[in-house]
Design a protein around this ligand. Structure first.
Ligand SMILES: [Zn+2]
Length: 271
Protein backbone atom coordinates (compact mmCIF):
# COMPACT_ATOMS: atom_id res chain seq x y z
CA UNK A 1 0.00 0.00 0.00
CA UNK A 2 1.48 3.35 -0.98
CA UNK A 3 2.37 5.57 1.99
CA UNK A 4 3.82 9.06 1.96
CA UNK A 5 7.23 8.15 0.43
CA UNK A 6 5.66 6.11 -2.37
CA UNK A 7 3.12 8.84 -3.15
CA UNK A 8 5.90 11.45 -3.13
CA UNK A 9 7.84 9.26 -5.56
CA UNK A 10 4.83 9.13 -7.89
CA UNK A 11 4.44 12.91 -7.54
CA UNK A 12 8.05 13.53 -8.54
CA UNK A 13 7.85 11.27 -11.59
CA UNK A 14 4.57 12.84 -12.72
CA UNK A 15 6.03 16.31 -12.18
CA UNK A 16 8.71 15.45 -14.70
CA UNK A 17 6.28 14.12 -17.30
CA UNK A 18 2.85 15.77 -17.23
CA UNK A 19 3.43 19.33 -16.00
CA UNK A 20 2.53 21.85 -18.75
CA UNK A 21 0.51 19.25 -20.62
CA UNK A 22 -3.07 20.04 -21.52
CA UNK A 23 -5.79 17.47 -20.77
CA UNK A 24 -7.56 16.97 -24.12
CA UNK A 25 -9.92 14.23 -23.01
CA UNK A 26 -10.78 11.99 -20.05
CA UNK A 27 -12.17 8.48 -20.41
CA UNK A 28 -13.83 7.05 -17.32
CA UNK A 29 -14.22 3.29 -17.72
CA UNK A 30 -15.26 2.62 -14.12
CA UNK A 31 -17.19 5.63 -12.75
CA UNK A 32 -17.04 4.79 -8.98
CA UNK A 33 -13.31 5.69 -9.00
CA UNK A 34 -14.41 9.30 -9.58
CA UNK A 35 -16.03 10.57 -6.38
CA UNK A 36 -17.86 13.29 -8.33
CA UNK A 37 -20.38 12.67 -11.07
CA UNK A 38 -18.07 11.64 -13.90
CA UNK A 39 -19.61 13.98 -16.52
CA UNK A 40 -19.16 16.93 -14.14
CA UNK A 41 -15.59 15.81 -13.44
CA UNK A 42 -14.84 15.69 -17.17
CA UNK A 43 -16.38 19.11 -17.72
CA UNK A 44 -14.18 20.52 -14.95
CA UNK A 45 -10.87 19.15 -16.18
CA UNK A 46 -10.98 18.78 -19.98
CA UNK A 47 -9.17 21.60 -21.75
CA UNK A 48 -7.10 22.55 -18.70
CA UNK A 49 -3.34 22.53 -18.37
CA UNK A 50 -1.55 20.87 -15.45
CA UNK A 51 0.67 23.55 -13.90
CA UNK A 52 2.22 21.63 -11.02
CA UNK A 53 2.01 18.44 -8.96
CA UNK A 54 1.70 18.61 -5.20
CA UNK A 55 0.89 16.29 -2.32
CA UNK A 56 -0.59 16.31 1.16
CA UNK A 57 -0.11 13.19 3.28
CA UNK A 58 -0.99 10.32 0.95
CA UNK A 59 -3.06 12.49 -1.42
CA UNK A 60 -1.67 13.43 -4.81
CA UNK A 61 -2.80 16.83 -6.11
CA UNK A 62 -2.74 17.78 -9.78
CA UNK A 63 -2.80 21.59 -9.76
CA UNK A 64 -4.56 22.76 -12.92
CA UNK A 65 -4.42 26.28 -14.34
CA UNK A 66 -7.74 26.73 -12.56
CA UNK A 67 -8.85 23.98 -10.16
CA UNK A 68 -7.31 20.75 -8.91
CA UNK A 69 -7.57 17.00 -9.24
CA UNK A 70 -7.10 15.04 -6.01
CA UNK A 71 -6.13 11.38 -6.19
CA UNK A 72 -5.76 8.80 -3.42
CA UNK A 73 -4.22 5.50 -4.48
CA UNK A 74 -5.50 3.55 -1.42
CA UNK A 75 -4.35 -0.10 -1.65
CA UNK A 76 -3.19 -0.69 -5.21
CA UNK A 77 -3.72 2.41 -7.33
CA UNK A 78 -1.00 3.10 -9.92
CA UNK A 79 -0.35 5.54 -12.72
CA UNK A 80 1.23 4.80 -16.06
CA UNK A 81 2.34 7.54 -18.44
CA UNK A 82 2.52 6.03 -21.91
CA UNK A 83 2.00 6.72 -25.62
CA UNK A 84 -1.68 6.69 -26.51
CA UNK A 85 -3.12 3.15 -26.85
CA UNK A 86 0.14 1.52 -25.79
CA UNK A 87 -1.54 -0.22 -22.84
CA UNK A 88 -5.06 -1.17 -21.87
CA UNK A 89 -6.50 -3.78 -19.54
CA UNK A 90 -9.59 -4.32 -17.40
CA UNK A 91 -7.86 -2.79 -14.35
CA UNK A 92 -7.34 0.57 -16.06
CA UNK A 93 -10.29 2.68 -14.93
CA UNK A 94 -9.48 6.24 -15.92
CA UNK A 95 -7.46 7.69 -18.83
CA UNK A 96 -6.26 11.28 -19.08
CA UNK A 97 -5.38 12.02 -22.69
CA UNK A 98 -2.87 14.79 -23.32
CA UNK A 99 -2.07 17.12 -26.18
CA UNK A 100 1.24 15.40 -26.99
CA UNK A 101 0.07 11.91 -27.98
CA UNK A 102 0.59 10.53 -24.48
CA UNK A 103 -1.91 9.47 -21.84
CA UNK A 104 -1.92 8.97 -18.09
CA UNK A 105 -3.61 5.72 -17.10
CA UNK A 106 -5.01 5.02 -13.65
CA UNK A 107 -4.91 1.32 -12.86
CA UNK A 108 -6.39 -0.12 -9.69
CA UNK A 109 -6.88 -3.87 -9.25
CA UNK A 110 -8.76 -3.48 -5.95
CA UNK A 111 -10.76 -0.41 -7.14
CA UNK A 112 -10.40 1.31 -3.73
CA UNK A 113 -8.66 4.44 -5.03
CA UNK A 114 -10.58 7.69 -5.52
CA UNK A 115 -10.19 10.73 -7.77
CA UNK A 116 -12.08 14.00 -7.44
CA UNK A 117 -12.04 17.63 -8.62
CA UNK A 118 -11.81 20.67 -6.32
CA UNK A 119 -11.96 24.38 -7.03
CA UNK A 120 -8.98 26.32 -5.62
CA UNK A 121 -11.05 27.88 -2.82
CA UNK A 122 -12.35 24.49 -1.66
CA UNK A 123 -9.11 22.54 -1.92
CA UNK A 124 -8.04 22.58 1.73
CA UNK A 125 -11.31 23.69 3.32
CA UNK A 126 -13.46 20.72 2.25
CA UNK A 127 -13.14 16.93 2.40
CA UNK A 128 -10.95 15.02 1.86
CA UNK A 129 -7.99 17.38 2.50
CA UNK A 130 -9.69 19.29 5.32
CA UNK A 131 -9.38 16.19 7.55
CA UNK A 132 -5.71 15.55 6.81
CA UNK A 133 -3.37 16.14 9.75
CA UNK A 134 0.08 17.67 9.69
CA UNK A 135 2.41 16.54 6.90
CA UNK A 136 5.76 16.62 8.69
CA UNK A 137 7.71 16.51 5.43
CA UNK A 138 5.98 19.61 4.04
CA UNK A 139 5.46 21.57 7.26
CA UNK A 140 8.58 22.34 9.25
CA UNK A 141 6.80 24.97 11.39
CA UNK A 142 5.01 22.49 13.61
CA UNK A 143 4.71 22.63 17.39
CA UNK A 144 5.56 19.43 19.33
CA UNK A 145 3.27 20.48 22.19
CA UNK A 146 0.32 20.85 19.83
CA UNK A 147 0.86 17.35 18.37
CA UNK A 148 1.31 15.93 21.90
CA UNK A 149 -1.98 17.47 23.06
CA UNK A 150 -3.83 16.02 20.08
CA UNK A 151 -2.37 12.55 20.58
CA UNK A 152 -3.24 12.68 24.27
CA UNK A 153 -6.83 13.57 23.47
CA UNK A 154 -7.33 10.08 22.02
CA UNK A 155 -7.50 6.88 24.04
CA UNK A 156 -6.61 4.29 21.45
CA UNK A 157 -3.54 2.22 20.57
CA UNK A 158 -0.91 4.67 19.31
CA UNK A 159 -0.60 2.67 16.08
CA UNK A 160 -4.32 3.19 15.41
CA UNK A 161 -3.98 6.93 16.07
CA UNK A 162 -1.03 7.24 13.68
CA UNK A 163 -2.78 5.24 10.93
CA UNK A 164 -5.80 7.52 11.20
CA UNK A 165 -4.06 10.43 9.35
CA UNK A 166 -5.96 13.17 11.19
CA UNK A 167 -3.09 14.12 13.56
CA UNK A 168 0.03 13.12 11.61
CA UNK A 169 -0.48 12.44 7.88
CA UNK A 170 1.41 10.06 5.62
CA UNK A 171 2.17 7.03 7.78
CA UNK A 172 0.72 3.66 6.79
CA UNK A 173 1.22 0.16 8.09
CA UNK A 174 4.89 -0.24 7.16
CA UNK A 175 6.29 3.09 8.34
CA UNK A 176 4.21 3.18 11.55
CA UNK A 177 5.89 -0.07 12.64
CA UNK A 178 9.31 1.36 11.78
CA UNK A 179 8.68 4.70 13.53
CA UNK A 180 7.37 3.05 16.72
CA UNK A 181 10.32 0.64 16.83
CA UNK A 182 12.85 3.46 16.45
CA UNK A 183 10.94 5.45 19.09
CA UNK A 184 10.90 2.48 21.56
CA UNK A 185 7.12 2.74 21.86
CA UNK A 186 4.88 -0.34 21.93
CA UNK A 187 2.24 -0.07 19.16
CA UNK A 188 -0.48 -1.21 21.61
CA UNK A 189 0.31 1.57 24.09
CA UNK A 190 -2.69 3.85 24.64
CA UNK A 191 -2.10 7.25 23.11
CA UNK A 192 -3.23 9.05 26.29
CA UNK A 193 -0.49 7.26 28.25
CA UNK A 194 2.37 8.56 26.11
CA UNK A 195 4.92 10.96 27.60
CA UNK A 196 5.90 14.18 25.88
CA UNK A 197 9.33 12.69 25.21
CA UNK A 198 7.81 9.63 23.52
CA UNK A 199 5.66 11.83 21.26
CA UNK A 200 8.70 13.97 20.41
CA UNK A 201 10.63 10.83 19.44
CA UNK A 202 7.69 9.66 17.27
CA UNK A 203 7.62 13.04 15.47
CA UNK A 204 11.40 13.17 14.96
CA UNK A 205 11.58 9.56 13.77
CA UNK A 206 8.62 10.08 11.42
CA UNK A 207 10.58 12.89 9.77
CA UNK A 208 13.84 10.95 9.55
CA UNK A 209 12.32 7.64 8.37
CA UNK A 210 9.99 9.21 5.79
CA UNK A 211 12.81 11.45 4.49
CA UNK A 212 15.15 8.53 4.03
CA UNK A 213 12.39 6.44 2.42
CA UNK A 214 11.71 9.29 -0.04
CA UNK A 215 15.41 9.40 -0.85
CA UNK A 216 15.24 5.66 -1.68
CA UNK A 217 12.01 6.12 -3.69
CA UNK A 218 9.88 4.23 -1.19
CA UNK A 219 9.52 0.59 -0.23
CA UNK A 220 8.80 -2.25 -2.62
CA UNK A 221 7.25 -5.23 -0.86
CA UNK A 222 4.77 -7.76 -2.14
CA UNK A 223 3.00 -6.60 -5.27
CA UNK A 224 3.38 -2.89 -4.76
CA UNK A 225 5.67 -0.91 -7.01
CA UNK A 226 5.01 2.75 -7.48
CA UNK A 227 4.53 2.16 -11.23
CA UNK A 228 6.00 4.57 -13.74
CA UNK A 229 9.04 2.29 -13.85
CA UNK A 230 10.18 3.17 -10.33
CA UNK A 231 10.82 0.55 -7.69
CA UNK A 232 11.83 1.62 -4.23
CA UNK A 233 14.89 0.64 -2.22
CA UNK A 234 13.83 1.32 1.36
CA UNK A 235 12.87 -2.34 1.96
CA UNK A 236 16.60 -2.91 2.57
CA UNK A 237 16.39 -0.61 5.61
CA UNK A 238 13.27 -2.04 7.28
CA UNK A 239 14.04 -2.96 10.91
CA UNK A 240 10.87 -4.77 12.04
CA UNK A 241 8.08 -4.73 9.45
CA UNK A 242 7.98 -8.24 7.86
CA UNK A 243 10.97 -9.27 10.03
CA UNK A 244 11.28 -12.02 12.66
CA UNK A 245 14.24 -11.03 14.88
CA UNK A 246 14.77 -7.75 16.74
CA UNK A 247 17.87 -6.03 15.29
CA UNK A 248 18.66 -4.55 18.73
CA UNK A 249 18.17 -7.30 21.35
CA UNK A 250 17.98 -10.31 18.96
CA UNK A 251 14.80 -11.64 20.59
CA UNK A 252 11.96 -12.84 18.40
CA UNK A 253 9.65 -10.08 17.23
CA UNK A 254 5.93 -10.21 17.93
CA UNK A 255 3.62 -10.30 14.93
CA UNK A 256 0.01 -9.59 15.74
CA UNK A 257 -2.86 -7.43 14.54
CA UNK A 258 -3.98 -3.96 15.50
CA UNK A 259 -7.18 -2.77 13.83
CA UNK A 260 -6.85 -5.72 11.48
CA UNK A 261 -3.41 -4.58 10.28
CA UNK A 262 -0.38 -6.86 10.65
CA UNK A 263 1.93 -5.33 13.25
CA UNK A 264 5.55 -6.12 14.03
CA UNK A 265 7.31 -5.05 17.21
CA UNK A 266 9.75 -6.07 19.94
CA UNK A 267 8.11 -6.50 23.35
CA UNK A 268 11.47 -5.95 25.07
CA UNK A 269 12.64 -2.82 23.23
CA UNK A 270 9.22 -1.19 22.84
CA UNK A 271 7.38 -0.36 26.07
ZN1 LIG B 1 14.35 -5.87 20.90
Amino acid sequence: MPELPEVETVRRVLEGSIVNRKIEDVIVKYPPIISDDSDTFKKNVIGKKIVSMSRLGKFLIFNLENGNIISHLRMEGKYFYLKKNELDNKHIHVKFIFDNGYELLYQDVRKFGRICYKENNDLYSTKPLKDVGIDLILNKEFDYRNIYDKILSRAMAIKTVLLDQSIIAGLGNIYVDEVLFKSSVNPHKKSNELTFDEVKRIVDNTISILSKAIEYKGTTIRSYTSSLGVSGGYQDFLMVHTKTVCPTCKNELIKDRINGRSTYYCKYCQR
